[in-house]
Design a protein around this ligand. Structure first.
Ligand code: HEC
Ligand code: HEC
Ligand code: HEC
Ligand code: HEC
Ligand code: HEC
Length: 287
């Protein structure tokens, strides 16, 4: 797996051929979930060594970056050693400025230009990227229409933050609402409502995880872990669907996730009969 070979090109590519999309979508999104998890683990291990880009930019007052730098350092990206070169390109192994920048695309070719940023982030966040490609926003962006949100409209360019429901609504409302460039009043508030529900479901899932951790015997714990995973998959899928702005699918996936996590919490709250210690795990039925 050679990461350099995966450098994005200006034209976004679709992972699945259109005619296979809907049929394979369900399976593909689960597979993507696993692939992106593997890639994230891989990138963490391979980049354990700090990149030189950051060292010089921090030390050199003429090197630009501003508060981008301190935000990066404190962020999940900084903590996971996602170095400057992972989003900008260039050679992170040298302390010589020209050599470091020689292979870093600039200007319109820049990997962080509006058109390229989804693909740059998408090298690691595959599920969100593939979903975003399916949206009207992405279609317009590829037609070089700048009136649409990209990854860094909602996320800080470098920090890997998650927008709050309020901030999300505010973002959407910049363009959607009466008198705005794209009208459709309801979209902004609907996005807030759905994100709030996503967060509540994630909180319930975290609560379930904490309860499951209390089950000490690994063999009894395993079916609970499995049931938690079954509930997490549709929740992640809801997050991906959100990146296509497909509200119907978000609601559908979220509904499944909620049902599963509610059932799981109920079973966790019911103490197992003392005689059946070995079979305390939940039943494996999906819905
Ligand atoms: C030895 C110091 C040094 C190193 C190493 C270095 N930079 Fe820079 N960088 C600078 C300075 C100084 C500037 C401003 C002058 C310039 O644009 O060349 C700059 C400019 C930049 C810019 C702005 C470019 C633009 O077109 O406005 C980016 C982005 C950047 N560097 C990223 C990186 C990345 C990514 C790496 C590692 C692959 C890196 N730098 C390594 C010192 C450095
Ligand atoms: C997670 C991705 C990511 C990482 C990591 C990252 N940047 Fe950036 N950077 C961006 C994005 C996206 C922009 C464009 C922001 C915008 O258009 O508002 C940007 C903009 C910049 C700029 C402004 C000039 C330009 O090319 O647009 C500089 C300089 C810069 N980054 C330097 C750095 C340095 C130095 C590091 C390492 C400490 C770094 N970046 C790490 C994503 C990243
Ligand atoms: C219109 C706003 C918006 C845009 C555009 C957007 N995101 Fe998101 N992103 C969100 C929201 C909202 C969440 C969910 C936050 C939460 O679950 O609390 C999120 C979550 C994420 C997560 C965390 C997923 C998880 O659950 O671990 C990643 C990674 C991510 N986005 C990457 C991207 C990438 C890459 C792009 C561009 C292809 C992008 N986002 C574009 C709003 C946006
Ligand atoms: C080289 C791989 C890589 C690139 C490129 C990258 N990220 Fe990340 N991102 C990571 C890793 C690793 C983490 C930390 C682990 C995690 O939380 O999933 C992370 C975390 C995040 C999170 C927080 C997820 C959470 O669970 O809270 C968001 C949001 C995010 N990134 C968005 C972006 C955006 C937007 C871009 C492009 C500007 C980008 N990332 C570029 C690897 C990358
Ligand atoms: C920078 C401007 C901008 C922002 C910010 C923005 N949009 Fe859009 N959006 C557009 C434009 C332009 C269109 C295309 C015209 C239309 O359908 O109204 C569009 C279209 C859409 C569509 C129609 C998709 C389709 O397939 O027909 C949805 C849904 C949507 N936006 C939801 C959102 C949500 C939710 C947010 C906030 C998370 C958001 N948008 C933020 C500009 C924006």
């Amino acid at each position: 797996m050679e990461r350099q070979a995966m450098r994005p090109t200006a034209r976004p590519v679709s992972v699945l051929a259109p005619e296979h999309r809907s049929r394979r979508r369900r399976l593909a999104s689960i597979r993507l979930l696993l692939v992106s998890a593997a890639l994230l683990l891989w990138s963490g291990a391979a980049y354990a060594q700090q990149s030189r880009c950051a060292d010089c930019h921090f030390a050199n007052p003429n090197a630009p970056g501003g508060d981008h730098l301190s935000r990066w350092q404190r962020s999940p990206h900084g903590e996971a050693n996602v170095g400057c070169e992972r989003c900008h390109g260039g050679d992170p192994t040298t302390f010589e400025r020209f050599q470091a920048h020689a292979s870093m695309p600039r200007g319109r070719q820049s990997l962080v230009s509006d058109e390229n940023v989804p693909q740059t982030c998408g090298r690691c966040h595959i599920g969100e990227f593939v979903a975003f490609q399916d949206s009207r926003h992405s279609e317009l962006l590829r037609a070089r229409d700048k009136r649409v949100p990209t990854c860094i409209t909602c996320h800080d360019p470098v920090a890997g933050n998650r927008p709050t429901p309020k901030n999300l609504e505010r973002e959407c409302a910049r363009c959607h609402g009466s008198g705005k460039s794209a009208e459709r009043e309801g979209r902004a508030s609907e996005a807030r409502v759905l994100l709030t529900a996503v967060r509540e479901t994630r909180a319930s899932l975290d609560q379930a995880r904490r309860l499951i951790q209390r089950v000490k015997d690994p063999q009894s714990r395993e079916p609970w872990e499995e049931a938690r995973f079954q509930a997490e998959v549709p929740l992640v899928q809801a997050g991906h669907a959100g990146h296509s702005f497909a509200f119907g699918r978000v609601r559908e996936r979220l509904g499944i996730a909620r049902r599963l996590v509610t059932a799981l919490l109920e079973r966790l709250a019911t103490p197992p009969p003392a005689t059946e210690h070995r079979s305390v795990g939940p039943s494996m039925t999906q819905e």
